[in-house]
Design a protein around this ligand. Structure first.
Ligand SMILES: [Zn+2]
Length: 274
């Protein structure tokens, strides 16, 4: 399987309260989160032990990470193994956008994740619209955080899937992934967009498999639009997540699309030299 939503980087550089929160997540007995989060070799070993064959690792250059997990760090994290697919991040409140975009391409990111809600920016500002246009041109997928955010003091703006509709329509060839399916309140608006617009996909990060089934039924209509993501380490133990997936009893052929085929199609479509 492929995990399209994994966080990694350098644990001791995360904001103190985030370190505290993550360490309190339930992990496997004896599990060393700091080591696994910070080491590509350890993380690959951990994920592979659960059958993961590739993982998209996401930069997040914002307050929660003390702005440290930027495109460069995540590209470096992914540099020594084809197991990892690095997605960069640009935060207009922190970066000079064109320069950071150019740098991200140069260090070798293969897509981007943007966090307008968590980072408090308007995704429709001109310089970001230019970035989406460039990503479309270069075949790089773009992911947006949607749904509730864990970030403190965040205005509930740009968290609803439909707030990204105009971007999806403006760039019809841009692969646009709405992370978290708009959980917990906007599952249906995420679904409508994914069904209506060919370029829109939903990642299941942090969506409990049982919620996925309750909201989307047998997943058949969305089978080519759903991408599995764990949001590890926020998700906690991978073993528990795998157990929950199993208990959700997703039909095997649909599970194959969710867990592997859709993600593989997207990753394989990214040009080798971005
Ligand atoms: Zn995440």
């Amino acid at each position: 399987m492929i995990d399209f939503h994994v966080h990694a980087g350098q644990f001791d550089l995360l904001r103190d309260d985030i370190q505290g929160l993550l360490t309190k997540r339930p992990f496997e007995p004896g599990f060393d989160l700091r080591a696994v989060f910070s080491s590509p070799v350890e993380l690959e070993k951990y994920l592979r032990s659960y059958g993961v064959e590739r993982a998209v690792v996401l930069a997040e250059c914002g307050p929660g990470t003390n702005f440290t997990i930027d495109s460069e760090m995540i590209a470096r994290f992914a540099a020594n193994s084809p197991f990892f697919v690095p997605f960069g991040s640009i935060n207009p409140n922190h970066h000079e956008v064109p320069a950071e975009f150019a740098k991200s391409l140069q260090v070798g990111v293969r897509g981007f994740k943007f966090y307008p809600a968590d980072h408090g920016f308007d995704p429709y500002v001109q310089e970001m619209m230019k970035v989406y246009g460039e990503c479309q041109e270069r075949g790089l997928p773009v992911m947006f955080h949607t749904g509730k955010t864990g970030q403190r003091g965040v205005e509930p703006k740009f968290i609803q899937p439909e707030e990204f509709e105009r971007i999806a329509r403006s760039f019809p060839k841009l692969t646009l992934i709405l992370a978290h399916c708009g959980r917990p309140s906007w599952y249906q608006s995420a679904r409508s967009l994914a069904l209506e617009l060919e370029n829109v996909y939903l990642d299941t990060a942090l969506v409990e498999p049982v919620d996925l089934r309750r909201e989307y039924g047998d997943l058949r209509d969305l089978r080519h639009k759903l991408i599995f993501g764990s949001d590890w380490p926020v998700a906690g133990s991978y073993a528990v997540l795998m157990q929950k997936l199993e208990e959700a009893r997703i039909t095997p052929d649909i599970a194959d699309d969710l867990l592997r085929n859709n993600a593989r199609r997207i990753i394989d479509a990214i040009p080798a030299a971005a």
